[in-house]
Ligand binder design. Structure first.
Ligand code: FMN
Length: 207
């Protein structure tokens, strides 16, 4: 557990603005995993920033706060629905308002939600490339929530403990790696990174 002097901030972002969004529910569960590790957690609701389409007109007033809130976090949990084999345009547009000043060196964990049974793997694969382009660290572990319409109870709790654990683990790892990265213990960071995928081949979830 990190001590408070090195306390990390982990922010969750949902690429769906839909009321009752399953992506938002999944991100909130992952945030609880980060909180379990001792991180300070925040949910950055993209609806509150009033972002327009990039370059649609004058920059919206909320863009500055969006950049500041993103920059304040050490780790980010990016949640996206699978939309036609990719991540959502809402999330991409929000990320396009950012630059390296806000994104470089951030620890990022991915959460993907899909209506179909295949899971949001295409969405997360695409987002992984975006993370690289942002010069961020995208952790190996990620969490897919297939058939999201039956994955959560009415109050937003996962009905399957395996999915809940996986979401929480992504949050925990983002918090852990953000802490190691922040505290500057390079050796410990690298060793922790290499230990993280306990069994990479066995972790692929096929429903
Ligand atoms: C435009 C659009 C495209 C979609 N494409 C896919 C898809 O390719 N594969 C899939 O499994 N589900 C697809 N879905 C279903 C969504 O992934 C599913 O409804 C998800 O729960 C939406 O996220 P949300 O609940 O956070 O709003 C699509 C939904 C929309 C609105």
């Amino acid at each position: 557990m990190p001590d408070n002097s090195n306390r990390v901030i982990v922010a969750g972002i949902s690429g769906s603005l839909r009321p009752g969004s399953f992506t938002s529910m999944a991100v909130r569960v992952a945030l609880r995993g980060a909180a379990q590790f001792g991180a300070e957690t925040r949910f950055l609701d993209l609806r509150e920033y009033g972002l327009t389409l990039l370059d649609e007109g004058p920059e919206p007033p909320g863009a500055r706060k969006w950049r500041a809130d993103f920059a304040a976090a050490d780790g980010l949990l990016l949640g996206t629905p699978e939309y036609h084999g990719s991540f959502s345009g809402i999330l991409k547009n929000a990320l396009d308002f950012l630059g390296f000043d806000q994104t470089e060196g951030k620890m990022i964990g991915l959460v993907g939600v899909s209506g179909g049974s295949m899971g949001a793997f295409d969405a997360m694969n695409g987002l992984r490339s975006v993370g690289r382009a942002l010069h961020a660290w995208v952790i190996p572990k990620q969490a897919a929530v297939p058939e999201a319409w039956k994955a959560f109870s009415e109050d937003g709790q996962p009905v399957d403990s395996e999915i809940e654990n996986r979401l929480r683990e992504v949050g925990q790892q983002v918090a852990r790696f953000a802490h190691l990265h922040k505290c500057g213990q390079i050796r410990e960071f690298l060793e922790g990174w290499e230990r993280a995928p306990v069994n990479p081949g066995g972790e692929i979830r096929i429903d």
